[in-house]
Design a protein. Structure first.
Length: 332
């Protein structure tokens, strides 16, 4: 229990120093958040019952501590993005790379909710910037559902950054092209074979008709897409020789070449994050017994803080199945 209290004090201090009071209103909400993070890190799963066991305080019974966490999760005054935004902005302000890739994707929770997430691609994984949880029957969502998430992510990124958006064909939408342009972002978005392509001096044809033979790639520049003839845009089309059943149709706002496929491939880093989230030996989202939309939002929020942002100066490493923590005031 001594370790949990020491970790709690370290995390609480970091939260207080980095989050303005206006973001959480009542200090008690920050106290509970700090204990939720401690519970997640020590128990290594999403479970209020287990988190309650690590909380120290005046409450004698675990049931009282459990109800405290429940109230926090369903408290409408707890605004995840209001608390998370100043933390992630603080980290990004020290970022050395001015040219970055962000990935847009979705995943299902309990076959009932969809998590829409925009993340910053980083070293084989992706750091969440913004997210949204909706009750939805499938992983494909409408532009009106994910557009606010992109706009929120844009508010967090430094204005002088060169940003490239990566997204799968489920997001291939005329409105997304226009929004990316409005936000000042480049993009590499996988297209669908049914999209109409208009080349200069030629009639429109479906993109799949331009697909090269297996093992080859083709590039088309200054084309226009759909009946609205959006463009000029650029295409990188390939059918990998490694047995993949579907060709790659990558749509770009910049001229394409073989490097375009490598850029688009960075999108899969966010899928690695989702696998981590659901892995039984890591954060194990699917074990969470909080199957409600407010609960899912709060669980994601408490989860994302330690597991993705790595709160400034708090280091944690896995060693023989347990976690070690230490605090280094002067480390980056």
């Amino acid at each position: 229990m001594g370790d949990s209290l020491k970790l709690y004090r370290t995390i609480l201090g970091l939260l207080i120093r980095n989050i303005p009071h206006s973001a959480y209103g009542h200090l008690g909400r920050l106290y509970t958040l700090a204990w939720a993070i401690v519970g997640l890190l020590l128990e290594k799963c999403v479970s209020l019952t287990l988190w309650a066991n690590v909380i120290q305080g005046h409450a004698r019974y675990a049931a009282s501590r459990y109800r405290r966490l429940q109230r926090w999760i369903h408290n409408r005054h707890v605004k995840p993005h209001a608390i998370y935004s100043p933390l992630i902005k603080s980290v990004l302000s020290k970022w050395e790379e001015a040219q970055v890739y962000i990935s847009l994707d979705t995943t299902m929770l309990w076959n009932e909710f969809v998590v829409i997430r925009v993340s910053l691609v980083y070293r084989g994984r992706a750091i969440p910037l913004a997210w949204k949880v909706i009750k939805h029957a499938g992983a494909t969502v409408a532009f009106t559902d994910y557009a606010p998430v992109l706009r929120l992510a844009a508010q967090l990124l430094p204005a002088d950054w060169i940003v490239t958006l990566l997204a799968d064909r489920g997001f291939c939408d005329e409105e997304l092209f226009l929004l990316a342009k409005k936000l000042g972002w480049h993009y590499r978005i996988r297209g669908k074979g049914s999209i109409l392509v208009y080349r200069k001096g030629k009639k429109g044809c479906r993109m799949e008709r331009l697909c090269p033979p297996r093992g080859e790639a083709r590039f088309f520049h200054n084309v226009r897409l759909t009946r609205q003839q959006i463009g000029p845009l650029h295409l990188a089309l390939a059918w990998p020789a490694n047995g993949q059943s579907d060709p790659w149709y990558v749509i770009s706002d910049e001229p394409t070449d073989l490097d375009t496929f490598a850029e688009y491939g960075l999108r899969f880093d966010i899928e690695e994050n989702f696998l981590d989230d659901k892995c039984r030996t890591l954060w194990n989202w699917t074990r969470a017994l909080i199957q409600s939309q407010p609960g899912a939002r709060a669980v994601l929020f408490g989860h994302l803080l330690p597991s993705r942002l790595w709160l400034p100066n708090v280091k944690f490493v896995s060693q023989s199945g347990s976690y070690l923590f230490w605090y280094a005031e002067n480390e980056p």
